[in-house]
Design a protein around this ligand. Structure first.
Ligand code: T5A
Length: 219
């Protein structure tokens, strides 16, 4: 297993890479990241596993507030808190790991903001999309090398996520919100096909992980 995995990544590929995972609720990002990290462990590749919102102590504090169903804030406040969390996360975790030559495996990053805040909240309002673009330009010095967009019918993701119990502030949104969010990921993919790879997230967790590994190995 270890030898096979190591052979499937070239020496160059074993240098640090910034890999993000994206998708609507319950598509299987956490599960896919677990499986990827197991393969990276087996290959002896050093990586930092992290997530957004969150990833650093301060950003995790903001995550708790952002996901709390009792939090009552405007869309602009939500957007700015997401970027405050991201700014700290990049400074404390992502940039140092990349500088050390390690891989960064991140559960959600900028595409989630475009999809959730730009499409889900703001119905693709160009004014809001412009705000997001400006925030990315100002505060995101490092973008992922590779993004895996796990695509699954919304209802199936909700069904998978629903098995887990209480819904957070985002999971309480209605189906049309998540339909717009998926439209947002479709748009992100169309705008950056060289960075974002669509992964069919139907089928078993093992099959999804194999699709991701196949793509990563050929990157
Ligand atoms: N957000 C985030 C924004 O609005 N803007 C932003 O800029 C950012 C960064 C974060 C929330 O914040 C929002 C988006 C989110 O609503 P999160 O923790 O990332 O929250 O939440 P989710 O995406 O909802 O994470 P989930 O844990 O719900 O989904 P995952 O990680 O995609 O799915 P996972 O792996 O936990 O799987 C869900 C269930 O399905 C099973 C698993 O065992 C689990 O029970 N499963 C499968 N079942 C069958 N077949 C498979 N292939 C399966 N894969 C997993």
């Amino acid at each position: 297993m270890t030898a096979a995995v190591t052979q499937s990544l070239s020496t160059d590929q074993q240098q640090g890479r910034f890999v993000s995972f994206e998708g609507t609720e319950g598509v299987g990002k956490t599960t896919a990241i677990n499986n990827l990290c197991a393969r990276l462990d087996a290959a002896g590749i050093r990586y930092v596993r992290t997530r957004e919102p969150g990833g650093s102590p301060f950003a995790e504090t903001l995550r708790t507030l952002l996901l709390d169903p009792k939090t009552d804030i405007t869309d602009d406040t939500e957007l700015l808190l997401l970027f405050a969390a991201r700014c700290d996360h990049i400074a404390q975790v992502i940039a140092p790991a990349l500088a050390r030559g390690e891989w960064v495996i991140c559960d959600r990053f900028i595409d989630s903001t475009i999809a959730y805040q730009g499409y889900g909240r703001a119905h693709n309002d160009p004014v809001v999309q412009d705000k997001i673009a400006q925030l990315i330009a100002q505060f995101v010095p490092c973008q992922p090398d590779i993004t895996f967009w796990l695509d699954l019918p919304i209802a199936e993701g909700m069904r998978r996520a629903g098995k887990r119990g209480a819904a957070d502030r985002f999971e309480q949104e209605a189906m049309d919100f998540f339909t717009r969010v998926r439209d947002g990921f479709v748009a992100c993919h169309a705008a950056a096909p060289e960075r974002i790879t669509r992964i069919d997230a139907t089928g078993s967790a093992e099959a999804v992980s194999d699709r991701i590994w196949q793509q990563l190995s050929s990157y």
